[in-house]
Design a binder for this molecule. Structure first.
Ligand code: GLN
Length: 482
């Protein structure tokens, strides 16, 4: 096995045993990037010499016999909407093409503190709006399982980079599914934490009441290690919460745990191959001792509609800062309004403009109550559905996505079909609960994701169940040939 193919846990063990060095880890990843990323385009920027230098320092620390943290010397990729001081941060948009971050996002500061090496920044849909990475202003990322297919999105670069072993793990952001959906389509693990567990300080905001950064990893255990490193209360994000840290060790036992299967997640849009794989996984959970219980989430069918009102409303407000004056590129114009218009028309892509317009409409006087106000009330009902469900079950299971990876170009002209890829992931964001996607097997040679959703701040339970399932199966060991 090559060093870049290790997961965090294996690499950490080898590093401590001095069987491998941080420099070897970084070199192997850089080598893999050179070999594969011309085809995949998962990275927008790679910090080669800097990563080598940091690896050298990590090795010196280890050779001095200093105690090392779980992420010390680990080459990790970061989605390009997360600020890394002194490095370019584009959010996949032309408007931020030359923007240099002046401070570290809280999650980056924490990764650095934990000794991780930030290897590069990964490709994404512009401002995290999309489900395929095709909305990046810098070209689409390919799925390592099939180059003709999308890796999912918006954190498609992070998921492809982890799946193709170009880094040991990565960070993404998840507003409506952007960590879990690409993780599912690329056959890796993706975790969206409870809203508030991880600070949003230094993330380029998409929809502030939904955004959370989360790990993309090769195993559930690795995802837990990363979450442990990035979580925690932060005075710079008033929505971050002081809560018990997650444990990085969980019992390998799910006997008598109650797992709910919502009937609303097995509807007509679900591809039959995906359904079969997910049903087999559920049978496996039962075999492992869990109690499978049919449940109802009566308002789940409205989650996507609610999301597509609240998200664009927040988008239109958050993106108003890119006006050619305060941030980003500026185009010429005959007066101020003309500068705004030219700057935004020339440098924001069609999907971003579509959402800004939708949001501005939903928030406009006369319509606000009918759209935004109403969506917020239905949101409360969706939260209540989950609260009710978690009085009966320990976690909820279902598919992460309705289909496996689709073809590049297939859904570009039809935003509604594209939006439907998020049908099973958005409810966790709308409600603010944690959710994880893990590999459940292949259908037609392509990965299928299994999603576990947990109660507020109860990442522990979904990690325990996902980890037990993972260790009892071989699905996470299957790798794309690239
Ligand atoms: N695909 C969803 C969207 O387009 C989710 C995006 C995200 O989570 N950032 O809005």
């Amino acid at each position: 096995m090559q060093a870049n193919e290790l997961n965090l846990q294996q690499a950490h063990k080898d590093l401590r045993a001095k069987k491998i060095s941080a420099q070897e880890l970084v070199d192997a990843c850089l080598e893999a990037i050179k070999k594969k990323d011309k085809k995949l385009s998962a990275f927008l920027h790679v910090f080669e010499s800097e990563a080598r230098e940091l690896a050298k320092r990590a090795d010196e620390k280890i050779s001095r016999g200093q105690e090392i943290g779980l992420l010390e010397g680990m080459p990790i990729a970061v989605k390009d909407n997360i600020l890394y001081a002194g490095h370019v941060c584009t959010a996949g948009s032309k408007i931020l093409e030359n923007y240099n971050a002046v401070y570290d996002a809280a999650v980056v500061a924490k990764l650095k503190q934990a000794g991780a090496i930030i290897l590069g920044k990964t490709n994404m849909d512009e401002f995290a709006m999309g489900s395929s990475t095709e909305n990046s202003a810098f070209g689409a990322t390919k799925n390592p399982w099939d180059m003709k297919r999308v890796p999912g999105g918006s954190s498609g670069g992070s998921a492809a980079a982890v799946a193709a072993d170009m880094c040991l793990a990565a960070l993404g952001t998840d507003t409506g599914g952007s960590v879990r959906q690409p993780a599912a389509l690329c056959g890796v693990v993706g975790l969206k934490p409870t809203y508030g567990r991880v600070s949003r300080y230094g993330l380029i905001a998409m929809a502030s009441s939904l955004d959370q950064a989360g790990p993309v990893a090769k195993t559930v255990q690795d995802a837990a290690w990363l979450l442990r490193a990035i979580e925690g209360l932060d005075a710079k994000d008033s929505t971050s919460v002081n809560t018990e840290s997650i444990s990085t060790e969980f019992p390998q036992d799910i006997k008598n745990m109650k797992i709910g299967v919502p009937k609303q997640f097995f509807t007509s849009g679900l591809n039959s191959g995906v359904e079969k794989t997910v049903r087999q996984a559920i049978a496996k959970l039962e075999e492992l001792g869990a109690k499978i219980i049919d449940i109802e989430l009566p308002h789940a069918e409205y989650a996507l509609a609610v999301y597509y009102i609240i998200m664009p409303s927040e988008v239109s407000s958050n993106l108003s800062r890119y006006d050619g004056v305060r941030y980003g590129k500026r185009e010429k114009g005959k007066d101020l309004i003309d500068v705004y218009k030219n700057t935004r028309a020339k440098n924001l892509g069609p999907e971003v403009r579509r959402r800004v317009m939708l949001g501005a409409h939903a928030l406009s006087s006369g319509y606000y109550e009918a759209y935004y106000g109403r969506a917020q009330r239905v949101r409360t009902k969706i939260c209540q559905d989950f609260k009710d469900a978690f009085t009966k079950v320990d976690c909820i299971v279902g598919p992460t996505t309705p289909t496996t990876a689709f073809k590049i170009g297939e859904k570009c002209d039809d935003p509604l079909t594209m939006y439907l890829s998020d049908i099973y992931t958005v409810s966790a964001n709308v409600a603010g609960i944690p959710a994880i996607s893990i590999p459940a097997g292949l259908s037609g040679g392509l990965p299928v994701g299994l999603q576990f959703m947990g109660n507020y701040f109860d990442e522990k339970t979904i990690l325990q169940i996902a980890n037990t399932f993972e260790l009892a199966t071989e699905h996470h060991k299957k790798k794309p040939e690239i």
